[in-house]
Design a binder for this molecule. Sequence first.
Ligand code: IPE
Ligand code: IPE
Ligand code: MG
Length: 268
Amino acid sequence: MTPKPLTHRNAAPYRPLDWTGEYPPAFPKGSVPAHIAIVMDGNGRWANRQGLPRIEGHRAGEATILDIVAGAIQAGVKHLSLYAFSTENWTRSPDEVRFLMGFNREVLQRRRDQLNEWNVRVRWAGRRPRLWGSVINELQAAERLTAGNDGLTLTMCVNYGGRLEIVDAMRRLGEDIAAGKVKPSAISEKMIAKNLYVPDMPDVDLFLRSSGEQRTSNFLLWESAYAEMVFLDTLWPDFRRRHLWDAIGLYVSRDRRFGGAVDTPTAR
Ligand code: IPE
Ligand code: IPE
Ligand code: MG
């Protein structure tokens, strides 16, 4: 893609996608996961291991986000969802929560022009209650700025929880039922999916987590029902596009059966 001319609105320095000089391996045609969801984990440990406060790990993770978005575009991924702040993260110290709120706002401010240059469409998945108004404003500004882009869809999951997403969908459906618009017997998987935060979000193909933890931590529960899980030990601030490509390589080598089966007895 050739960069758009710089205007006062997108005057941030433009970085080409391949500024690191790296290119993804040639994955077989059609094999790259359409939707990758990432639990960006390990910032606190990365910082503490160097004798730094946890927030320095979050700061260092900003560069990783940009590198991973670029690497995803290079690999031909269409949807990338990043877990930036969970509904459980409010239990952290007030200082860390305050830092993370301000940081999310600033990262969006600092990076939205670059993302726009890369033809990225930014979306927000999460709930409003408790989330700082200034963060919601930045998320919506990024959504507006990039609404016309048709490259990678980047869903920032901020104040997101998988169970609460389903609860919120149930509340909306419940209202429709109470208003007589929907019959309980008509409720289907499709109808529930349509009431999630981003109704047209496709199912997750590859669920990736950094830092070595092997759990979902309530991320995209409904959407990841049949996702392939990949857990890498690298901490998020050390995570780079080649780790993403390694994960895609593992995904490509998996046999996705979706409950089906093929009988192929081999003689010994
Ligand atoms: C992930 O890193 C970032 C957020 C949850 C916001 P952590 O802050 O969870 O870092 P660790 O897992 O404690 O090392
Ligand atoms: C999940 O990571 C949330 C985000 C990455 C935003 P956590 O570090 O909060 O999850 P747990 O506590 O290890 O389950
Ligand atoms: Mg963590």
